[in-house]
Design a protein around this ligand. Structure first.
Ligand code: SAH
Length: 467
C-alpha cells in the first residue's frame, strides 16, 4: 500500500473547495454524495455550478483568505494556475487541513480514489496516483460483480443486527452472517422481495444452531508463487478461512488475500532452521477444526507433489475431521511455463518424471538411476540443488550424455525468477553460477535447451536477461 485507506465521516466537518470551475464542481459532487456540505470559495463561480449546488453547498464568490481555511478538515484545491494551487496548498496545510490538489499528486495529503458507490457499500480503489485510468477500469469490473440491490440486502442486515447480536453468541455469529449473505435470505433480498427476505432472516435467527461445531480442513495447493496462478477455488477458500497454516513456500502476496482477522500460523522452517514437526502441524490442524474453525492448510505448489499432503490427509481421516483437497500448480509445470520449456515434446520428450533430490546428510538420493537416465525423458528434480553434481554424475554414469541440456529455475514464476541454462555435464557449475538461495528445480533433458524467459542466463552464449 502506498497510502493508508480510510473512510471519513464528513458530517459536521468543514470541507473547503477552492475553485469555481468543472474540477471544483466534481469535487463538490463527491463531498455532497458522501454527506458533506462543502464551502466553495473563488472570485468567479461558474453559473452551472451555482445551479447544481444551490442549497447543498455554501458558495462564496470572493477571493479566499487564510481565515477561510481555519478549522477545515479537508481542503480541495481545484484551480488552473500551478503556482496559485501550490500556494493555497501550503496555506491549507499550515492551517492543519488535509489537502488534495487536483492533478498534482505530489502536493496531495490524500488522493480521491475511483469509487463504487452502492449506498452503504463503498469500494474505493487507488493506484497511489500512478494509474488513475487503471483504477477506473478495475472499478468497472467491480461494479459488474456487485448485485444491483446490494443496498437493500445491507439495509436488511443492519435492521437484523441487534436481534442477531442478542440471540447468537460471538463465535457462531459469524457463521450466521456468512449464511445470511450467501444463502436464501440474500437471494430473496437481491431479487427484490424485501418482506420475504426479512421473514426468512428472522426465522433463521430463531432456528440457528449455535452448537454446531464442525470445522473443516482444506488442504490447498498455493502454486509456485505468482498469485495469478491460484485456482479460483483456492482463492475463495483463502479468503474465507478462519485460520491459515502455511509454510515458507507460500508467498506473501498470497497470504495477503486472507481475511484481516484470520489467524495466520507459520509452520514451516524458520530462519534458525527449526521446523515445526509434522505431527505437531497435524495436531494443530485437528485442534482448530474441532474448535469449529475453517482451516486452510496452504502449501506451495500442489499438496500431493512432494508436499506431505498425503500424510496430513491420513491424519485428518484418522481423527474423523472433514478434509477437502484443492490442487495447485506444481513447481514443475509452473516453472516450465515461466521458462517456456515444454516438459513433453513430440520430438524430444515422450515422458516426464518428477523426482526428489532430497537425501539425508551426505547420502546420495536413493533413485533408480538407470531408469531415469533413459532417453527422451524429461527429468525434473525437486529439492535437488544441493545434490546437483552427484545427480549429474550418476545419470552420466548410467548412460545419459553429458551434453544433454539442463536448466536450473530458481524462484520460478516470481518477480525474482532466475533461469540458468547449460548442459548436464555443467550442472555443478550451473548451480554455482546461480548462487541459489530460493526454491529451485533442476530440469534435465532435450527440452531444457528451449528454456527462455525472464531472468535467463545462458552459459553457452553468456546471454543474460533481467528478471
Ligand atoms: N508441493 C510443492 C513442492 C514442495 S518441495 C510443489 O508441488 O511444487 C519444495 C521444492 O519445490 C523446492 O525445493 C523446489 O525444488 C521446488 N519449488 C517450489 N516452488 C518453486 C519455485 N517457485 N521455483 C522453483 N522451484 C520451486
Amino acid at each position: 500500500m502506498k497510502q493508508f485507506p480510510a473512510f471519513i465521516d464528513l458530517a459536521n466537518r468543514r470541507t473547503v473547495i477552492l475553485g469555481g470551475g468543472e474540477a471544483a464542481l466534481a469535487k463538490a459532487r463527491l463531498v455532497v454524495a458522501a454527506g458533506g456540505a462543502p464551502v466553495l470559495i473563488w472570485p468567479e463561480i461558474a453559473s452551472a455550478l451555482r445551479a447544481e449546488l444551490a442549497g447543498r453547498a455554501e458558495l462564496v464568490e470572493a477571493s479566499p483568505a487564510r481565515a477561510d481555511l481555519a478549522g477545515a478538515a479537508l481542503v480541495f484545491v481545484a484551480v488552473d494556475d500551478a503556482e496559485t494551487a501550490a500556494r493555497w496548498a501550503r496555506t491549507a496545510k499550515s492551517e492543519g487541513a488535509l489537502v488534495n490538489v487536483v492533478d498534482r499528486a505530489e502536493l496531495c495529503d490524500f488522493l480521491t480514489p475511483a469509487i463504487v458507490d452502492r449506498g452503504a457499500l463503498t469500494v474505493a480503489i487507488s493506484t497511489g496516483g500512478a494509474g488513475p485510468v487503471f483504477a477506473r477500469s478495475i472499478r468497472e469490473k467491480i461494479e459488474a460483480l456487485i448485485p444491483a440491490r446490494t443496498d437493500a440486502l445491507l439495509e436488511l442486515a443492519a435492521r437484523c443486527r441487534d436481534t442477531v447480536k442478542a440471540k447468537i453468541a460471538a463465535p457462531a455469529r459469524r457463521r450466521f452472517w456468512e449464511e445470511f449473505f450467501r444463502g436464501a435470505v440474500a437471494e430473496r433480498a437481491l431479487a427484490g422481495d424485501d418482506d420475504g427476505a426479512r421473514a426468512l432472516a428472522l426465522g433463521a435467527v430463531d432456528s440457528f444452531d449455535t452448537d454446531q461445531k464442525e470445522g473443516v480442513v482444506h488442504i490447498i495447493g498455493a502454486g509456485p508463487g505468482d498469485p495469478d496462478l491460484l485456482t479460483l477455488r483456492a482463492f475463495r477458500l483463502i479468503q474465507s478461512a478462519d485460520v491459515i497454516l502455511h509454510d515458507r513456500l507460500v508467498s506473501d502476496e498470497i497470504l495477503n488475500l486472507a481475511r484481516r482477522d484470520a489467524e495466520r500460523v507459520f509452520v514451516g522452517k524458520a530462519k534458525a532452521n527449526h521446523a515445526v514437526p509434522q505431527d505437531e502441524i497435524e495436531a494443530r490442524m485437528i485442534a482448530y477444526a474441532r474448535d469449529g474453525k475453517t482451516v486452510a492448510r496452504l502449501k506451495g505448489g500442489d499438496p500431493f507433489v512432494f508436499g506431505r499432503g498425503g500424510e496430513e490427509l491420513d491424519a485428518l481421516r484418522a481423527a474423523g475431521v472433514e478434509a477437502v483437497v484443492t490442487p495447485g500448480i506444481t513447481a514443475a509445470t509452473g516453472c516450465a511455463a515461466a521458462a517456456r520449456l515444454p516438459l513433453t515434446h513430440r520430438d524430444d520428450a515422450q515422458a516426464v518424471t518428477f523426482v526428489t533430490g532430497h537425501a539425508k546428510g551426505d547420502e546420495d538420493p536413493d533413485l533408480d538411476w538407470s531408469a531415469l537416465a533413459s532417453l527422451k525423458n524429461t527429468l525434473v528434480v525437486y529439492m535437488g540443488v544441493g545434490k546437483a553434481s552427484t545427480i549429474a554424475a550418476r545419470l552420466i554414469y548410467h548412460g545419459r550424455k553429458s551434453s544433454t541440456p539442463a536448466a536450473i529455475i530458481e524462484n520460478g514464476t516470481r518477480y525474482n525468477q532466475l533461469i540458468v541454462k547449460g548442459t548436464l555435464g555443467d550442472l555443478g557449475v550451473l548451480v554455482e553460477r546461480a548462487g541459489v538461495k530460493g526454491p529451485a528445480l533442476l530440469v534435465i533433458g532435450e527440452v531444457a535447451a528451449r528454456a527462455d524467459g525472464a531472468g535467463l542466463v545462458d552459459i553457452a552464449t553468456n546471454v543474460r536477461r533481467a528478471a
